[in-house]
Design a protein around this ligand. Structure first.
Ligand SMILES: [Zn+2]
Ligand SMILES: [Zn+2]
Ligand SMILES: [Zn+2]
Ligand SMILES: [Zn+2]
Length: 345
């Protein structure tokens, strides 16, 4: 069989070498893509890797080995059934996992003394719960917000008094009643506290690199949450489980946090009345899992790094057409920031 025009990452076969070159220019394959532990095929997302390993139309050979030695949550392959067994215990989170007491405290409500403390929490997760405003109650107003640190401890948890009148409390999912908001912290104050805490003494216009004092912010649908809090925060410091390509659907749409938690962490959230603490914990766990991936270390990991801008353009078309597919994969870089890169900084 002729493997000459076959992509070294996704294994797509092309009739002509020029089509493979074109494919490589636009695919941004990299060492950071979710990869099958058996045949080494690269996938755009964990969802497509899951399809490759579990189905509905899996690759038969990979499926067979995966069934024996693969973890259905993180999709890693282990050398033996025993190793898998030991791993699976740690990989499976539960809703109650060291959350019992803290969770009850969170439900009691309030811990609104957010302190500026540069020694604490390099990474924080944020989640909000919204009530309804406007004449039909469809406008989202933040009425509850929670911030936690990497060890799932609450940094800030409070009810928020929105600027606009609440027209729908959405009690079935928020558990919110008018009396909870009557004396709650005004939005303006919440906004300032969170803004200051995230920037951690760095002026917002100055946040240009990950090496500064500003904190990494984890969440699900952060655009929406930050907008409702009227907080501004640079994209570069955000880690959003709703738009991180490896956690998105093959169709490039977002997955729900409920789905991601069930699929990758192995437990249920958002059943009945929802607590933002629970969402914080789920996003933080997903973030930590993604950050702990071990990928090849590259000096300039991103396609948009200035040093890489010409990776493919540096070669003539004819040179690329003579290049081995593996070599083309080697010079190809990711078009998204992989969270594994946070662990090296
Ligand atoms: Zn490919
Ligand atoms: Zn990576
Ligand atoms: Zn495979
Ligand atoms: Zn696992």
């Amino acid at each position: 069989m002729d493997n000459r025009n076959k992509c070294a990452a996704c294994y797509r076969q092309f009739n002509k070498m020029e089509h493979l070159v074109e494919h490589m220019r636009t695919s941004y394959h990299s060492a950071h893509e979710p990869t099958c532990g058996i045949c080494r095929k690269h996938c755009r997302s964990f969802e497509s890797l899951r399809e490759h390993l579990i189905g509905p139309l899996p690759k038969v050979e990979c499926e067979r080995i995966f069934k024996e030695q693969g973890c259905d949550l993180c999709l890693t392959i282990f050398s033996s059934r025993n190793a898998l067994h030991v791993h699976r215990e740690a990989c499976q989170f539960s809703r109650g996992n060291n959350m019992g007491l803290t969770n009850r405290m969170a439900n009691l409500g309030i811990q609104d003394d957010l302190k500026m403390d540069s020694s604490r929490a390099r990474v924080v997760a944020l989640a909000c719960k919204m009530v309804g405003g406007g004449s039909d109650g469809s406008l989202d107003l933040c009425a509850r917000v929670c911030l936690i640190d990497e060890s799932e401890k609450i940094i800030f948890h409070t009810y928020v008094k929105p600027r606009l009148p609440v027209t729908k409390y959405r009690y079935e999912t928020t558990g919110m009643r008018p009396e909870f908001l009557r004396d709650a912290m005004p939005l303006r104050q919440v906004q300032r506290k969170i803004q200051d805490y995230l920037c951690n003494g760095e002026p917002i216009w100055q946040i240009r690199s990950r090496a500064g004092k500003a904190r990494i912010l984890v969440g699900h649908g952060l655009d929406h949450d930050l907008k409702s809090l009227e907080v501004e925060y640079p994209q570069m410091m955000r880690r959003d489980t709703a738009d991180y390509p490896p956690l998105m659907k093959s169709s490039k749409l977002s997955n729900s946090l409920k789905y991601l938690t069930k699929t990758y962490l192995g437990y249920d959230i958002q059943t009945g009345i929802q607590d933002p603490y629970e969402d914080c914990v789920a996003t933080m766990r997903l973030y930590m899992r993604m950050r702990s991936q071990r990928h090849k270390v590259e000096d300039y990991p991103l396609a948009q790094d200035p040093q890489n801008r010409n990776n493919f353009a540096a070669f003539r078309q004819s040179e690329l057409e003579r290049m081995a597919p593996e070599k083309m994969l080697e010079i190809s870089r990711s078009d998204y920031y992989c969270w594994c890169l946070d662990s090296s900084s």
